[in-house]
Ligand binder design. Structure first.
Ligand SMILES: CC1=C(CCC(=O)O)c2cc3nc(cc4[nH]c(cc5[nH]c(cc1n2)c(C)c5CCC(=O)O)c(CCC(=O)O)c4C)C(CCC(=O)O)=C3C
Ligand SMILES: [Fe+2]
Length: 393
């Protein structure tokens, strides 16, 4: 699916003598197109069950959990906001690109729902695109948040002639952090009198402990890159918020949306348990900051705005939830900066790779042993050092 007619106009690319598209001279050369890659979500009640089947195929999620998650979607009319949020991000990216005089076509494909990634990449290939730059709507390393998308990209390009690079992991890029800082400040303001006493509870998607510990490239910490990256972002946001307010807010990292069988360990503490523990320890108010997500999709509007907020209400704990990055101008501009940086690197230049103080610097191509697929280690993935080779055992 393309965003507008202007995009379609580019579907007839100018072909150079060497057979590649006419992207030379563009600040995004060598890329001839851009591709937003997202998770996907149901758009009407009849979509919910097939969507959940797509997400969980072969993943051993208990049936009760699926029924429960289905209810979350039905509570919101069977429609996840995630696709509309992707449409808004595409429109914001288009405007930012236009403002910088960049007219590359911008495409969009999802892992689990229409518009599907496979169909989109097929269409891109048929339209003559040969080298696209992908932006994942997921900012951190881990199997679920990085390699799985890269596996989907590997599958999607087969037979299309399209090559894919991606921007680096961007959660500690100044654009994303600025958006989180602004949102945290606004949420604190909404708490009124108790704001100065509020603790910042940063939240991300829980993943199995085994997946967390094998996230990021080796050598890695015992917690793994997924947790380390979140801790770096939480510290950077807290530091800036505290400086701006002249107050020392304490902070923690908690997890939401645990799935999988109860016997399997997942990253903890769960946000609801954590709010309870904070309350028992005397915390007077909380701001929940969902740094693990880039838009207010179902994990945010159900797991945080519905469930965690209810937990806080039951405790009598003043609660505010900070917005996700969404289409914050600093975030959108930051994504375009990351595209320009990636293109410069692809041209053999050595662009600066800004991150917040103390943050890890993301990488363009993942090491073959990074975020390994523990279930199906033979699956191949794109955007990897040395090409799509199997993960070393
Ligand atoms: C790390 C991570 C992100 C963040 C990075 C990223 O954004 O990609 C993320 C995002 C999302 N997860 C989403 C939805 C779901 N995730 C599920 C299941 C799972 N997620 C996992 C991890 C993650 N998930 C894992 C390890 C599982 C277990 C099954 C498996 O190993 O794959 C299930 C199955 C039911 C359940 O068990 O909850 C659903 C419905 C939606 C769409 C929301 C909407 O519709 O608005 C989004 C953006
Ligand atoms: Fe998920």
């Amino acid at each position: 699916m393309t965003l507008d007619d202007r995009t379609t106009a580019h579907d007839t690319p100018t072909t150079r003598a060497d057979g590649t598209n006419g992207s030379a001279g563009s600040p995004l050369a060598p890329y001839d197109s851009l591709l937003l890659v997202s998770f996907g979500g149901p758009e009407q009640p009849d979509d919910v069950v097939p969507f959940l089947e797509n997400v969980t195929r072969g993943r051993g999620i208990p049936r009760e959990r699926l029924v429960e998650v289905g209810q979350h979607y039905y509570l919101f009319g069977g429609r996840s906001p995630i696709n509309d949020q992707c449409r808004e991000l595409l429109a914001a990216l288009r405007a930012e690109l236009d403002g910088r005089g960049i007219d590359l076509p911008l495409h969009w494909g999802n892992r689990n729902w229409d518009p599907y990634l496979d169909a989109e990449v097929q269409a891109m290939g048929a339209a003559g695109h040969r080298r696209t730059l992908a932006v994942l709507t997921s900012a951190y390393p881990s199997y679920s948040s990085c390699r799985q998308y890269r596996e989907n990209l590997y599958d999607a390009v087969q037979g299309t002639g399209v090559e894919v690079d991606k921007i680096r992991h961007y959660s500690d890029h100044p654009g994303f952090v600025t958006a989180s800082v602004d949102a945290t400040l606004a949420a604190l303001d909404s708490l009124g009198e108790v704001a100065d006493e509020a603790r910042l509870v940063f939240v991300t998607h829980s993943i199995p402990t085994a997946m967390a510990q094998t996230s990021g490239p080796t050598p890695r910490s015992a917690d793994g890159g997924y947790v380390d990256w979140h801790l770096a972002v939480a510290a950077a946001v807290t530091r800036e918020v505290n400086t701006r307010r002249g107050v020392e807010h304490g902070h923690d990292l908690a997890f939401c949306s645990r799935s999988g069988p109860p016997s399997q360990p997942w990253a903890e503490p769960d946000v609801n348990d954590h709010l309870t523990a904070l309350h028992e320890g005397g915390t007077k108010a909380v701001v929940v900051v969902p740094i693990g997500f880039i838009s207010d999709h179902m994990e945010v509007i159900y797991d945080l705005d519905t469930e965690a907020e209810e937990t806080a209400e039951g405790l009598g704990l003043p609660f505010a939830r900070a917005a996700t990055a969404g289409t914050h101008p600093a975030f959108v501009a930051g994504l375009v900066d990351l595209m320009l940086e990636r293109a410069a690197a692809a041209r053999g230049e050595e662009p600066a790779r800004p991150v917040v103080d103390g943050g890890p610097v993301g990488w363009y191509d993942c090491q073959p042993d990074c975020c390994r697929n523990l279930r199906d280690p033979g699956r191949l993935a794109l955007c990897q050092v040395g090409g799509p080779v199997p993960t070393p055992v």
